[in-house]
Design a protein around this ligand. Structure first.
Ligand code: MN
Length: 257
């Protein structure tokens, strides 16, 4: 056991392994999900200066923060969705912390998403990936690369009169990921579901099916274009918010060079 941990620290120290930051900077300008107006809305990140080495605090600088649990690069816990509300230990403070470090694979959908804002991750896409890279192992994070994180401003949410348009998985794709017994599913978009995911049966299948099965979500990831398809380790511990449905977090991947 101690040898295997020494191997990891040696690999990082020698440069044989490196860390990729999959996190956007928390910034008041970073978009948050916008729901139809009849629903409550997600707060953007706000930072209020309390003091800055001045009369309010002569030797220190600090800020008060305001944000939603689902602002910026963030983690979704099972209790985020109605289907997962009774999942045991389904809040961020209750999840076994061992779940926050684990293997990750990346399915590259960037070519399809470049030409189709409503690109769908289907079972066929997943099976084609598995033909090349092997079956997705159990208890693994699966990340959907779309290069959507390279968009900014209004292009990120990509709102139209009929709602947002962004890529995501079909219900059948989510069912296949559950058959593989994955740990969780992550995306570069503002949600784990497609912008038009309300039109699937069930609506928002990634949220509904994954959280109902006790699985986790990650959203607003970036730098997936730097990730290998297999072989990386994901480090993604959310804040320990009592009864929290999710949390902004720093998402890191350890990869070998
Ligand atoms: Mn969320």
């Amino acid at each position: 056991m101690s040898d295997s941990i020494a191997n990891v620290t040696d690999a990082l120290a020698s440069g044989a392994a490196r860390i990729i930051d999959l996190t956007h900077t928390l910034d008041p300008d970073f978009p948050v999900i916008i729901l139809p107006p009849e629903f409550g809305q997600c707060a953007r990140f706000r930072m209020e200066e309390v003091s800055a080495y001045d009369h309010r605090g002569p030797a220190w600088k600090w800020h008060n923060l305001t944000l939603n649990e689902h602002t910026g690069t963030h983690f979704d816990a099972p209790i985020h969705w109605i289907s997962g509300k009774d999942v045991p230990n389904g809040a961020v403070d209750e999840i076994d912390p061992a779940a926050f470090i684990g293997p990750v694979v990346v399915i590259d959908c960037s070519a399809g998403a470049a030409t189709d804002d409503d690109f769908e991750l289907t079972p066929e896409t997943i099976e084609a990936w598995e033909t090349e890279h092997g079956m997705i192992p159990a208890d693994t994070w699966v990340l959907m690369r779309t290069d959507w994180s390279k968009r900014s401003g209004t292009d990120y949410l990509n709102m139209a009169p009929d709602g947002p348009h962004s890529p995501g998985p079909t219900p059948a794709a989510v069912e296949l990921l559950l058959k593989r017994n994955i740990r969780g599913f992550g995306t570069e978009t503002v949600g784990t579901d497609a912008g038009q995911g309300m039109h699937y049966v069930p609506p928002y299948p990634a949220h509904y099916l994954l959280h109902g099965a006790g699985k986790f979500g990650l959203q607003c990831l970036r730098n997936l274009d730097q990730m290998p398809p297999t072989g990386a380790l994901l480090i993604a511990p959310p804040l320990k918010i009592k009864g929290g449905t999710g949390s902004p977090l720093r998402v890191l991947a350890m990869v070998t060079r």
